[in-house]
Design a protein around this ligand. Structure first.
Ligand code: BTN
Length: 277
C-alpha cells in the first residue's frame, strides 16, 4: 500500500522545481491505490489544465500500457507513475524525455543496489544484469496551451516476480530481488531519487546541456559497439550499434548491398544483440 502522505511530503518540492515560482497554477499530485493507467489519468489531468510537474502515482494498474501497443503488468509492489510535461518546440527537438527518464531511473536504481549497475537498452528500458527493471512510455499530444507529454514510468521495486505473467517473468527483475536479503526500498525513496535526477536532467536540457546527458546515456549502454538487430516497422536492420546522435537516435553501421559501409540512424524500434555474429 502506498503511503500517500509520505509521498506528498517527499515529492512536492521536486515537482515544484519544474516551474517558475509564482508563475502559474500549483502542480497537482494524485496518489491512488489503483488506477487503470497512470498515463491515462495524467492525460486527463493535463486536459483539465494541470501544469508541468503534475504527477500521478499508483499502487497498481489494471490496464497498464507498454511500448508498441503492449500491456504492462502492474501488480502491487511496483511503482507506477506518470508526469505531465509541457515541452516547447525547442525542447521537443532536443533529447527525448524518455531517454532522460531512462538515465534518471538507472541513476536512482543504483542508489539502492550494490555490486551491480543499471544499464539502458535503447531506447529507454532499464536493465540490471540483463533483466528488465523498469520501462518508460512517453505519449505526446497537443492542447490549447501547446504540447503535452505524459511520461509514464513503471519500476519493479518490490514486485513479486511470480505475480508477473509467465512470458515476462524470466526476463524481469526487481530492486527487492536484486537486494537479496536486504529490505526493499520504500516507494517514496525510489520516487524521490528518480525525480531528483529527472528534474536535474530536464532543466539541464532546457539550458542546452544535452551533451552531458548523452554521454551519461551512452556510458550505460552495453549494446554500443556490438552487432545488433533492430526491428523497425516493415523491416529488420542489422549492423553494429555505434553510438547516439545529438537527438538520442541510435546510429547503426550497416553494410549496404554494394558492400560499402554506411550509417543509418533509427529513432524507435526493438533492439537485440546478435550473438555469435
Ligand atoms: C515498456 O517498457 O513497454 C514501457 C512500460 C511503461 C509502463 C508505465 S507504468 C506507468 C505508466 N502507465 C502506463 O500505463 N504505462 C506506464
Amino acid at each position: 500500500m502506498l503511503d500517500a502522505a509520505a509521498l506528498q511530503r517527499a515529492t512536492l518540492p521536486h515537482l515544484r522545481a519544474f516551474g517558475t515560482p509564482g508563475a502559474g497554477a500549483e502542480v497537482r499530485l494524485e496518489v491512488l491505490p489503483e488506477v487503470a493507467s497512470t498515463n491515462d489519468r495524467a492525460a486527463a489531468m493535463a486536459a483539465e489544465g494541470a501544469p508541468e510537474g503534475s504527477l500521478v502515482v499508483a499502487g497498481r494498474q489494471t490496464g497498464g500500457r507498454g511500448r508498441l501497443g503492449r500491456g504492462w503488468a502492474s501488480p502491487e509492489g511496483g511503482l507506477y507513475l506518470s508526469l505531465v510535461l509541457r515541452p516547447d518546440e525547442a525542447m521537443l527537438r532536443r533529447l527525448p524525455a524518455t531517454l532522460l527518464a531512462g538515465v534518471a531511473v538507472a541513476e536512482a536504481a543504483d542508489r539502492f543496489l550494490t555490486g551491480v549497475r543499471a544499464d539502458l537498452k535503447w531506447p529507454n528500458d532499464v536493465h540490471v544484469g540483463g533483466k528488465k527493471l523498469a520501462g518508460i512510455l512517453g505519449e505526446l499530444s497537443k492542447d490549447a496551451r501547446g504540447h503535452v507529454l505524459v511520461l509514464g514510468v513503471g519500476i519493479n521495486v518490490a514486485t513479486e516476480l511470480s505475480a508477473l505473467p509467465e512470458d515476462v517473468r524470466g526476463l524481469a527483475t526487481s530492486l527487492a530481488h536484486l537486494r537479496g536479503g536486504s529490505a526493499a526500498p520504500a516507494h517514496a525513496d525510489v520516487l524521490v531519487a528518480f525525480l531528483e535526477r529527472f528534474t536535474a536532467h530536464w532543466l539541464s536540457v532546457k539550458r542546452g546541456g544535452g551533451a552531458t546527458i548523452l554521454a551519461m546515456a551512452s556510458g550505460r549502454m552495453p549494446l554500443l559497439g556490438k552487432p545488433i538487430r533492430v526491428r523497425l516497422p516493415g523491416r529488420v536492420l542489422e549492423g553494429v550499434a555505434s553510438g547516439l546522435n545529438a537527438t538520442g537516435g541510435l546510429v547503426v553501421e550497416v553494410r549496404g548491398e554494394d558492400g560499402q559501409p554506411r550509417r543509418e540512424t533509427v529513432l524507435a524500434g526493438e533492439v537485440e544483440e546478435v550473438r555469435g555474429a
